[in-house]
Design a protein around this ligand. Sequence first.
Ligand SMILES: [Zn+2]
Length: 75
Amino acid sequence: MADHGPAPLRAGNYNIYTGTPHGGVVPLTAQLGLEPPRYCAECGRRMVVQVRPDGWWAECSRHGRVDSADVDTRR
Ligand SMILES: [Zn+2]
């Protein structure tokens, strides 16, 4: 459980789409996995996001990069 998913997505301290501390509303497109995360769940920093035709990656300067290929479990 603890090692499921990269740190920038699993920490849950901040909403990864809005940057709101502890939860907040997740956009529907994000729930569907269509939208890349924009904030690090661990520290709330705004991540560098790159969208590719086949997915995306998002990188926190402190916690590293998350790739959709690593987190997409609903394909
Ligand atoms: Zn971070």
